[in-house]
Design a protein around this ligand. Structure first.
Ligand SMILES: Cc1cc2nc3c(=O)[nH]c(=O)nc-3n(C[C@H](O)[C@H](O)[C@H](O)COP(=O)(O)OP(=O)(O)OC[C@H]3O[C@@H](n4cnc5c(N)ncnc54)[C@H](O)[C@@H]3O)c2cc1C
Length: 327
């Protein structure tokens, strides 16, 4: 591999139901900063069907060129065909850096692309920097979040998945335009099909403005109905800590934290959860945090803006009733 041949930075712009996922705009924001420092081009690649003006949106947020693979088979995420065509593009245009959002889809796609183009991958980055020699320094928590590892890739492209809501997108600039390059997709018969909305991560907790998150203080799956009731009253959705997922009480896409989703809602109601470092890693940037816990020394109270010391089985229904009365 001659690494000198690799030039430019490419963002995989994920789409769902024809809309570009916001993480792509965040990656373009960071990508533009890196590209300006190195004097290289920022491109985006989109796989979809009839994406129309959505492609142009990418220019408004920093892309200089958009590679578009358009085919009905690519309308929904198709692992084999997405991987195959992105790997072909990488081998053709040889970007030195490829950034992919660490969404459910991106986490499943990125390692397969990396293997196909014979390079390394740093998963779940929370920061990216440019090193002295122009290398990408990929920063991510390690050892349960106790240290931040700085990782450098010696092969090309340098590939990283980056968490949603940790990078800043650029302000939208209507005057920015660029070139759309239409690529002919190679479609191979896929054995895997999306069979329902759940498998695309239809519950997108990272997008929610209000999250009512339950921890081990919630004793059973049916007790989560109490949290759902409060979430409904506040116009939010229910999340959970990792032990709740491990015990099979809630699906993985509801998990907030280091090994789950990073969230940044306007209101985060932490119910019966202690506030472990791994949980805080995923929600500490919430605008307002309200904690409900029976133990006044629970660490979550140190971060919370408001706290209620009490039994969640008493407090949560009262809060829900109060919220309903006021709405
Ligand atoms: C590599 C790694 C990754 C991890 N990733 C994640 C992650 O992404 N997300 C995550 O959440 N965890 C993660 N964890 C697990 C994490 O370390 C903690 O174990 C977990 O966050 C604790 O969950 P909890 O707060 O629900 O439970 P606990 O720590 O057991 O807390 C339960 C809380 O409920 C309170 N309580 C009990 N009953 C009531 C009641 N009736 N009313 C009010 N309060 C009550 C208790 O006072 C206590 O504070 C990870 C761990 C590792 C090692």
């Amino acid at each position: 591999m001659n690494i000198e041949e690799y030039k430019g930075l490419m963002v995989f712009a994920e789409q769902r139901e024809g809309k570009i996922h916001p993480v792509a705009y965040e990656l373009l924001g960071k990508g533009t900063e890196i590209a300006q420092r190195l004097g290289i081009e920022v491109t985006a690649v989109v796989l979809g069907s009839n994406m129309g003006d959505e492609l142009k949106e990418l220019f408004h947020y920093g892309a200089e060129k958009v590679y578009s693979f358009d085919h009905p088979v690519l309308a929904d995420f198709d692992l084999l065909n997405y991987k195959h065509n992105i790997a072909r593009l990488i081998n053709e245009i040889k970007p030195e850096t490829v950034l992919i959002g660490a969404t459910h889809l991106g986490r499943s796609l990125a390692p397969r692309i990396a293997a196909a183009v014979n390079t390394g991958l740093t998963a779940d980055c929370t920061a990216l920097e440019v090193g002295d020699e122009g290398n990408l320094i990929q920063i991510r928590p390690a050892f349960s979040g106790n240290i931040f590892a700085h990782i450098r890739t010696t092969t090309r492209p340098q590939m990283a998945t980056v968490r949603y809501k940790v990078m800043q997108k650029l302000p939208r600039d209507d005057s920015r335009t660029g070139e759309i390059v239409t690529k002919e997709p190679e479609i191979i018969e896929s054995v895997l099909k999306i069979v329902g909305k759940e498998s695309t991560g239809a519950v997108n907790i990272a997008e929610a403005d209000v999250i009512v998150c339950g921890g081990r203080g919630v004793k059973s799956a049916s007790d989560f109905d109490l949290l759902q009731d409060l979430a409904d009253a506040l116009g939010g959705i229910v999340g959970c800590t990792r032990p709740i997922v491990d015990e099979g009480l809630m699906p993985k896409e509801r998990q907030v934290g280091f090994s789950g989703s990073t969230v940044k809602p306007k209101l985060y109601v932490a119910v019966g959860l202690s506030g472990s470092p791994q949980h805080l890693a995923g929600m500490r940037d919430s605008d307002v945090i309200l904690a409900i816990n029976a133990d006044p020394s629970a660490p979550i109270f140190k971060l919370a803006d408001y706290g209620i010391v009490g039994d969640l089985y008493d407090v949560v229904p009262r809060l829900a009733a109060e919220a309903r009365q006021r709405s």
